[in-house]
Design a binder for this molecule. Structure first.
Ligand SMILES: Nc1ncnc2c1ncn2[C@@H]1O[C@H](COP(=O)(O)OP(=O)(O)OP(=O)(O)O)[C@@H](O)[C@H]1O
Length: 235
């Protein structure tokens, strides 16, 4: 039996900011419905990987396939329309608009979530419907940023440090949301520096050092490798 091809397949990805060569031959994949983490220190190249996959950073070489289609040359709006969504580190919500307006603004696409489905899965967003984005707590903003992209019906979410700057109890809530999204069939590629959070959620981990992946660690090996992983992240 042949195994199905991955939802996302990145081969020999190199990325540049001007003269600066930041990613050096990244190979990774994400299967449909899988949660995969990219872990590593600040500046190791994790966010750049997400930007390169999404087509936000254009200066790159290699191959990025989504659902078997080569997307390296496509603009990011075309990549989004194929079913990929990116939630950047700075949580792109519209702070002057209400929660409801934030949820309604992304164009709904066939197969995307309607408001009823969003509210059913995340009732707090209905309660907060008329609050301005700027009045939400950091955790609520993160939730809104993650959920508003569901209107486009993505198959893969690229999440950049969703736990950053949040209190432990809120981090736990964000983790529950990611688990909920996985249950709904979404795949997630997650950038994290919070090892506890990443290991609770992800099926596999890629470890970044200086723009390269130095290890791939499946969930089954995390307990035995925990100290090594912690060392990769400590400064
Ligand atoms: N806009 C930019 N222009 C120039 N260099 C950049 C830019 N953004 C990132 N870099 C550099 O690229 C390298 C990789 O950064 P990247 O943000 O991908 O790392 P990261 O692993 O995601 O860490 P962080 O958690 O700090 O975002 C770093 O050396 C960083 O200084």
């Amino acid at each position: 039996m042949t195994s199905p091809s991955p939802l996302l397949e990145v081969r020999d990805l190199n990325a540049y900011y001007g003269q600066s060569h930041v990613l050096h031959g990244i190979n990774l994949h994400v299967n449909a419905g899988e949660v995969v983490s990219l872990i590593g220190r600040n500046g190791a190249g994790k966010s750049t990987t997400l930007k390169s996959i999404m087509g936000v950073l254009r200066s790159r070489t290699g191959s990025v396939k989504f659902n078997g289609q080569d997307i390296l040359k496509l603009p990011s709006n075309r990549i989004a329309s194929l079913g990929m969504a990116w939630v950047p580190e700075e949580r792109a919500i519209l702070s002057t608009l209400s929660v409801k307006e934030n949820l309604e603004l992304p164009p709904a696409r066939a197969g995307g979530w309607n408001l009823e489905r969003v509210y059913e899965a995340f009732p707090i967003l209905k309660t907060r419907g008329h609050h301005a984005g700027s009045k939400l707590s950091g955790g609520e903003q993160q939730m809104l940023a993650m959920v508003r992209v569901l209107r486009s019906g993505p198959k893969l979410l690229l999440l950049d440090e969703p736990s950053e700057g949040l209190a432990p109890v809120i981090v736990q809530n964000i983790g529950q949301i990611i688990a909920e999204l996985q249950k709904e069939g979404l795949a997630v590629l997650l950038v994290e520096q919070n090892l506890k959070f990443a290991t609770r959620l992800a099926d596999r981990h890629y470890v970044y050092v200086d723009g390269e992946i130095v290890e791939e660690v499946p969930r089954s090996e995390v307990a035995a490798r925990h100290d090594d992983l912690q060392r990769y992240l400590s400064v």
